[in-house]
Design a protein around this ligand. Structure first.
Ligand SMILES: *Cc1c(COP(=O)(O)O)cnc(C)c1O
Length: 367
């Protein structure tokens, strides 16, 4: 509750992104908000509330427990559970009115049994694997799968979903090929959805009846800074900042080793700021001797290994740094910015992982 580090989430940025993506998706296309992983670290309950107020009626989570938590937070509308439905979880889908996205007959059978038991009908969506080679029924087996499902009482196939592996590359021919396969399935009488953020932004022909936005709702482009550079319209706005503070400032002589393993040796007399943030707080150890932070609007490099709860940065070139100064790990100060994309670049990762690491390991404050 009293952490030295905090995540600041700007709810107006979430609203801006939702509205912008709704416009990009076009009239008559439903915009599903992916709020898995605690809304990519932004807080599922709080983020879903903002999207709800902006008109969102469709939400996506990975597991059933997240769906239950989301429903209990009071959200109205459809909640899709994308990782399917185990027999032991079936009652939860009915009690909390969750929509399972299924890919096997075992869950269809279990859902049907319970629906008959309760004298009701449950809507489901079917996942088709058109080229991701992850979850889903292959297109070849789909007709047989659907006709087997038709034999089951109490179940209604309300939609069909697939997922793209390469929409972050706007030149991807795989996306066009895969969409052709999906489109050829027909099924125009039920809800069809396949587009993720990359599909929404770069492949408008794939929008269908509904699109599923994740990273873009949180202000990042699936292709990172390229997306920002190529944007010709209004920009998405990152909603998350990560702030810390200076715990201690010290001056060490030339040739001093810093932190575990002494992997950094000072090249001159150096002023170090010690920060109360480490890999426990999501600041990946892979950022050791690579990452940078902002202090007083200037960049300071991480020196030596990042520890569990501490790290050191070089502030020799910044005047007047004192214990208590605000440190921006991710975000903007004065005219300087360190974005999730830049941090991801240092880590050899993507903004998605940075947001989850920071957002889900620190206290959040909402503005
Ligand atoms: C996470 C996820 C999305 C959202 O992807 P983004 O690239 O973050 O927009 C869409 N669909 C499914 C099935 C997902 O798991």
């Amino acid at each position: 509750m009293q952490s030295l580090n905090k995540i600041v989430v700007d709810l107006s940025a979430l609203r801006h992104n939702f509205q912008l993506l709704q416009k990009r998706s076009g009239n008559g296309c439903r915009l599903l908000a992916m709020v898995k992983a605690d809304a990519y670290g932004h807080g599922m309950k709080e983020a879903a509330k903002v999207f709800s107020e902006a008109g969102c009626w469709d939400f996506g989570v990975a597991e059933v427990g997240e769906g239950v938590r989301l429903r209990e937070s009071g959200v109205r509308g459809n909640i899709f559970v994308f990782l399917g439905c185990l027999r032991s979880h079936v009652p939860l889908f009915f009690e909390y009115k969750l929509i399972p996205v299924i890919f096997c007959m075992e869950s269809a059978q279990a859902l049907s049994d319970e629906a008959v038991n309760q004298g009701t009908i449950i809507p489901v969506h079917v996942k088709v694997d058109c080229g991701m080679n992850r979850l889903g029924v292959f297109p070849d087996s789909l007709p047989e799968f659907l006709s087997a499902m038709k034999q089951l009482p109490g179940i209604k196939v309300a939609g069909v979903a697939s997922h793209f592996p390469q929409t972050d590359d706007r030149a991807s021919s795989q996306t066009k090929e895969q969409f052709r396969v999906f489109d050829k399935l027909g099924l125009n009488t039920i809800t069809r959805h396949i587009a993720n953020s990359g599909g929404i932004l770069y492949f408008p022909q794939t929008h269908c009846d509904m699109v599923r936005a994740g990273i873009s709702l949180y202000g990042y482009y699936p292709d990172g800074h390229l997306g920002v550079d190529f944007e010709t319209g209004a920009l998405l706005r990152p909603a998350m900042e990560f702030h810390s503070r200076v715990l201690q400032v010290k001056t060490v002589p030339k040739n001093s080793g810093v932190s575990y393993g002494h992997t950094y040796i000072t090249k001159r007399e150096t002023q170090l700021a010690v920060l109360p943030v480490g890999y426990e707080d999501g600041l990946s150890r892979s950022l050791s001797n690579k990452g940078e932070v902002l202090i007083r609007g200037q960049r300071a490099k991480i020196r030596g290994r990042i520890c569990m709860n501490l790290c050191m940065v070089d502030v020799t070139h910044i005047d007047g740094v004192q214990a208590g100064d605000t440190v921006v790990i991710m975000g903007s100060k004065h005219n300087a910015t360190i974005s999730g994309d830049e941090i991801a670049g240092w880590m050899g990762s993507i903004s998605y992982e940075v947001l989850c690491l920071f957002g889900n390991n620190n206290e959040r404050k909402y503005i």
